[in-house]
Design a protein around this ligand. Sequence first.
Ligand SMILES: [Zn+2]
Length: 225
Amino acid sequence: MRIILLGPAGSGKGTQADLIMETFGFPKISTGDLLRQAVQQGTELGKKVSEVMKVGNLVEDEIVLKLVEERIQLPDCRQGYVLDGFPRNLNQALLLEKMVKESQEIVFEIEATEEEILKRLAGRRVCLQCQAVYNINNDNNKTDNSYRCNNCGSKLVIREDDKPEVIRERYKIYIRNIKPLIDYYAGKGVLFQIDGQKPVEEVFRAIKSIIEKKLSNYSVSSGRR
Ligand SMILES: [Zn+2]
């Protein structure tokens, strides 16, 4: 089973992907992680990625697709996997379609407004030393008033990526690219729209029940054959 999570940065789709992984055992495949890994490993592809990212451009669809293809061929993906942050546009979706063989697919669009995203991301702080991420909006956040890291005591900073103007611009680009993708998956009858502004547990409950339903349909139909 292929599960695709769509949603703007800050919609909480990474968290939902983690919960799906914990509950169903499907590995989470984040294209952000794949790109970072490729850069770290310094492969031919990684060097290309690093050049593109340095000037702030998006990595070409073909490169991202290649990384995803290598990843989903690993044995842990046989039962299913969760794609987090991919596909990002219609072209990537069509390329993915050509590449994969499994027919079972669920697409979740996790919706959140620009204002909600701004509110969430503007409170994000990262530790320069150990990369721990905090959110000052969060009641459970572990930072003290001086915003220092709980793990190592280093200063917490706002990432360049989390500045309001950057958040707004990224959201605009997301909406522009996602529209045709949403129409495409809706047309295939695999799209489920989820209200991402609800609490994390509630969002996951909605997602979980849809996956469970699909899984039970699948085992019934394959059992009959
Ligand atoms: Zn730290």
